[in-house]
Design a protein around this ligand. Structure first.
Ligand code: AMP
Length: 224
């Protein structure tokens, strides 16, 4: 969890292989549906364009089908989900059907001015979804993805106006979830400032403190 631009996708991409987990980014799945012009994409597009949350009924089923897929059998790393208490209820219920539960929730934090700067310089690959930043994480060749050679573009919802809307709405939207996971004893606040590698190190330290390790084996055991 964390506000737009705090580095959730960057960190999830860095952690997923080390932890042997399936990475599910709700925002990426939605952007894929929009690019494909699927019925779900057409329904979600206007909400995302305005910087609003997409309604639970569109997001929940889509995400949980990935969580419960065979690829997620060894554990999943959710990025941007749940975004509401309705989604959190649905996630708990779905995990319970497999005898599983949430092991840890990481809440990344950073000052608002840093988030605005990160959003303004953010670029994504339209094909493989890799994330870059013009100043802090530039591609080797300007506007071209290092991984797959596709074009890099700003996200539609990173425009100044929409980014500001998303940033100001975030604390109110997430407070019930922060309370929920604090109460459950699984929430860890992580300082999202600094280089990506420093933030990853903080996440791994917090993860180890929960008894979850770096190998997929340990994580599998911990997630049942
Ligand atoms: P993100 O890629 O996480 O920054 O999300 C981009 C946009 O996708 C958000 O501004 C929302 O419009 C939508 N979105 C992502 N995750 C969720 C969610 N869990 N619930 C509702 N909408 C979401």
């Amino acid at each position: 969890m964390g506000p737009p631009g705090v580095g959730k996708s960057t960190q999830a991409a860095r952690l997923k292989d080390r932890l042997g987990l399936l990475h599910i980014s709700t925002g990426d799945v939605l952007r894929w549906h929009i690019a494909e012009r699927s019925p779900l994409g057409l329904a979600a597009h206007a909400y995302m364009h305005r910087g609003e949350l997409v309604p639970d009924e569109l997001v929940t089923q889509m995400t949980l089908s990935h969580v419960l897929s065979p690829d997620g059998a060894h554990g999943v790393l959710l990025d941007g989900f749940p975004g509401t208490t309705g989604q959190a209820h649905a996630l708990d219920a779905a995990l319970a059907t497999r005898g599983r539960a949430i092991d840890a929730v990481f809440y990344l934090t950073a000052p608002a001015e840093m988030l605005i700067q990160r959003l303004a310089g953010r670029r994504i690959c339209l094909d493989c979804r890799a994330t870059y930043h013009l100043e802090t994480m530039p591609a080797r060749v300007s506007d071209v993805c290092d991984g797959c050679g596709e074009r890099l573009l700003p996200r539609n919802d990173d425009s100044r106006h929409t980014a500001w809307r998303r940033l100001t709405a975030h604390p109110g939207q997430t407070r019930p979830l922060v309370d929920r996971y604090t109460h459950a004893g699984v929430l860890h606040r992580i300082d999202g400032r600094g280089a990506a590698a420093e933030v990853t190190a903080r996440l791994l330290t917090a993860l180890h403190a929960t008894g979850l390790g770096e190998s997929g084996k340990e994580v599998r055991r911990a997630t049942g």
